[in-house]
Design a protein around this ligand. Structure first.
Ligand code: PEP
Length: 251
C-alpha cells in the first residue's frame, strides 16, 4: 500500500520571519493530518532554519535542486552531501522551471537523479508536458522520454525508492488544474511504462500530481488510484491551504 505524500515546493519565496510563522502554523495543524506524509522543500539558505524547526515534528524537508557534481570548483552550486549535512530527506529534480529557465536537459536531470540517490537522498523527479505538447497529442511521448532518460541512466530499480511528480507545465502556477481523469490517465501511463520493466517497482513508486493543487480540488485528485500525493507550489506558502491539502488525503 503506497502512502500519500504531500510535498511543498516553496520555490524562491520566504524570509526568516515568514518561514518561522509558516512552519509554526503548519506544525500546529499536524494533529489533524492522519493519512499523509508531509514534506517541505525550501530554498538552500533556509535549510538550517527548517532543519532546526522541524526536527521531531514528523515533517520531512528537502531542497529544490542540487549539483550533479560531488565537490570542487563549481561556483554557486550545492552538492548532495551538503544537503545531507542538513538532514534533507528529499530533493526536487528536473522541475519544469529548471528545465525551461535554466536549460536542464533530460540527460542532466538523469545525472542529478544519480547523484541524489548515491548520497541517499530521495529524488522527487518532475516530468510533464507543455500545453502545446498536450494539444499536439504528445503528452505520453514527452513524459515517456523524460522518464526513460532517468531509467536508462539509473536502471528501473532506482525508481523504487524515489518519487515521481507528474506536473503538466500548463497547470503550474496558472490556476488551471488537470482534471482528476486527466491526471489519472497520465499517472497510469507512467506506472504502466515502469511496470513494463519491473512490476514490483511500478507498484511501489509514489507518483505525485503537481499543478495548482488546492484544498478545494485536492480531495478528487488524491482519490484517483494512481495519484499518490501532491507537489504543491503556491498553496504550500499558506499554512491553512497546505494543511487543507494534507487533510484531504483519503483514508
Ligand atoms: C510546482 O511548482 O511544483 C507547482 C505545482 O506549483 P503550483 O502548485 O503553484 O502550480
Amino acid at each position: 500500500m503506497r502512502r500519500i505524500l504531500i510535498a511543498g515546493n516553496w520555490k524562491m519565496n520566504g524570509s526568516i520571519k515568514s518561514i518561522q510563522y509558516l512552519l509554526i502554523d503548519i506544525m500546529s495543524g499536524m494533529d489533524a493530518v492522519k493519512q499523509a506524509d508531509v514534506a517541505v522543500c525550501a530554498p538552500f539558505v533556509y535549510l538550517n532554519l527548517v532543519a532546526n524547526m522541524l526536527q521531531d515534528s514528523g515533517i520531512a524537508w528537502g531542497a529544490q535542486n542540487l549539483s550533479e557534481q560531488s565537490a570542487g570548483a563549481f561556483t554557486g552550486e550545492v552538492s548532495a552531501d551538503m544537503l545531507k549535512d542538513f538532514s534533507c530527506k528529499y530533493v526536487i529534480i528536473g522541475h519544469s522551471e529548471r528545465r525551461s529557465l535554466y536549460g536542464e536537459t533530460d540527460a542532466l536531470v538523469a545525472e542529478k537523479f544519480a547523484t541524489a540517490r548515491a548520497a541517499g537522498l530521495t529524488p522527487i523527479l518532475c516530468i510533464g508536458e507543455l500545453l502545446a505538447e498536450r494539444e499536439a497529442g504528445e503528452t505520453e511521448a514527452v513524459v515517456g522520454r523524460q522518464l526513460d532518460a532517468v531509467t536508462q541512466r539509473n536502471g528501473v530499480a532506482a525508481l523504487a525508492d524515489a518519487v515521481i511528480a507528474y506536473e503538466p507545465v500548463w497547470a503550474i502556477g496558472t490556476g488551471k488544474t488537470a482534471s482528476p481523469a486527466q491526471a489519472q490517465e497520465v499517472h497510469a501511463f507512467i506506472r504502466q511504462r515502469i511496470a513494463a520493466q519491473d512490476a514490483g517497482v511500478a507498484g511501489k513508486v509514489q507518483i505525485l500530481y503537481g499543478g495548482s493543487m488546492k484544498p478545494d480540488n485536492a480531495k478528487e485528485l488524491l482519490a484517483m488510484p494512481d495519484v499518490d500525493g501532491g507537489l504543491i507550489g503556491g498553496a504550500s506558502l499558506k499554512a491553512v491551504d497546505f494543511l487543507g491539502i494534507c487533510t484531504a488525503a483519503p483514508a
